[in-house]
Design a protein around this ligand. Sequence first.
Ligand SMILES: C[S@@+](CC[C@H](N)C(=O)[O-])C[C@H]1O[C@@H](n2cnc3c(N)ncnc32)[C@H](O)[C@@H]1O
Length: 463
Amino acid sequence: MLVRLFTLGRPVAASALAEALPTLGVDGAVALGLVRLGAARAGFAHDRPATSDREAVATCDLRPYGDDAHDWWVASDLSELAVGGPLRPDHVLGIGGASTTLASWTVRRPVDRALDLGTGCGVQALHLTGHAGAIVATDISERALAYAAFNVALAASARSGDVPPFELLAGDLLDPVAGQRFSLVVSNPPFVITPRDEDLPLYEYRDGGRAGDTLVRSLVRQVGTVLEPGGVAQFLGNWEVPAGRTWRDVWGDWLEEQASDGVALDAWVVQRESQDPAEYAELWARDGGAQPGSEAHSRMYAAWLRDFASRDVVRVGFGVVTLQRPATDRPVWRSLDEAHGPVAAPMGPAVDAGLRARTWLAEHSDDDVLDVAWSCASDVTEERHGRPGAEDPSVILVRQGGGLGRVVRAGTLLAAYLGVAEGELTARAALDAIATVLGLDPDQVRAEAVPALRDLVADGLLV
Ligand SMILES: C[S@@+](CC[C@H](N)C(=O)[O-])C[C@H]1O[C@@H](n2cnc3c(N)ncnc32)[C@H](O)[C@@H]1O
């Protein structure tokens, strides 16, 4: 009954609602603004045949949500399924795939101060309550801030008030927190690339009012100004790839621009998927409630294609961005990776380990790498493929069970090293022994192995 009311947006009999909410009651739900009562209606086929019952209608979507340690209720605007048509431009989004992706990838270290930029209904801020000493959540939408305030208040009441100090600020991107510093910034920003076309609905939840991918680019450029040394920023984004360039070229430019503006940041960008303009237009013209085949959908689809063509865009990447402000004046590191398959869930622990490993690698020489007794991580397995009857495999694949789910093709040398990487011998000693057995020059073996070791250490296949 509550699902029917708050998820599907269908009216229910007030008497049935009273039974489903024995503590709050119908009057309590009305007082909280979750429900309004309509006229008396005859008969509710799915609830009870109360002929003179009043109709209760949800004013919002309300659903249970949680993480390993918490159970929450989260209110947001009713979805397009419940509304049964196009959404209002200031629609406040509920918890969707992008929200849970960011929540999964977020590094959950205990931090002093955290920022949730573009908080919407406050879902990321709720997750932050578990590991941040104080939280600031911002949004350009006053309606979104009101929902976030409500949801955090609900969480606080359910947990007897042990929610950390929490501040809500209105404004564009980092404007409301200029001059402040955070150890963690998370954002599921309105990254959808939307044509600046007067005929199109501009949804606040997905469109930050800028052309192309400039909103995400601005975030990359500016976020360092609010990060503590050692602080981390994580957000989702789309990026345009023009003809003749790769997504790594695009990110190279963005990071150059970022570094030239102030303190250079470490950058780990994982591209999770990429679409051509037609696929992207199809996806986003449908979002918001326009049906494929309708005049509105065709108009939007054409506008998206025109917009991409005007900038010569041939692909649009989507992924998760993790930026870190170095705690010392060492050179920054960059990892621009692709992972299109399944990854660990939650992914945060692997990102945390990846940040630490990359930072360690940036601070240590190749000799230091060789002097560690690495172990092959427990989630790593090896596959050997060969012709039937062949003595030696023609392909050896090293597969990571967790993390980014990496699959690395290993040559004889690397496969031999991984076979003995059990945390007892330093890499130097192990590689020298392998060189002797294979009759190879030890210097050459080490020179060949070190880049592969660095790669496997960065992604947690060697620990
Ligand atoms: C995709 S929703 C994300 C909501 C929520 N954080 C989540 O993870 O589901 C993006 C949010 O950014 C807000 N927003 C849009 N433009 C913004 C801007 N220029 N500055 C700050 N927030 C903005 C929208 O109002 C919306 O609430």
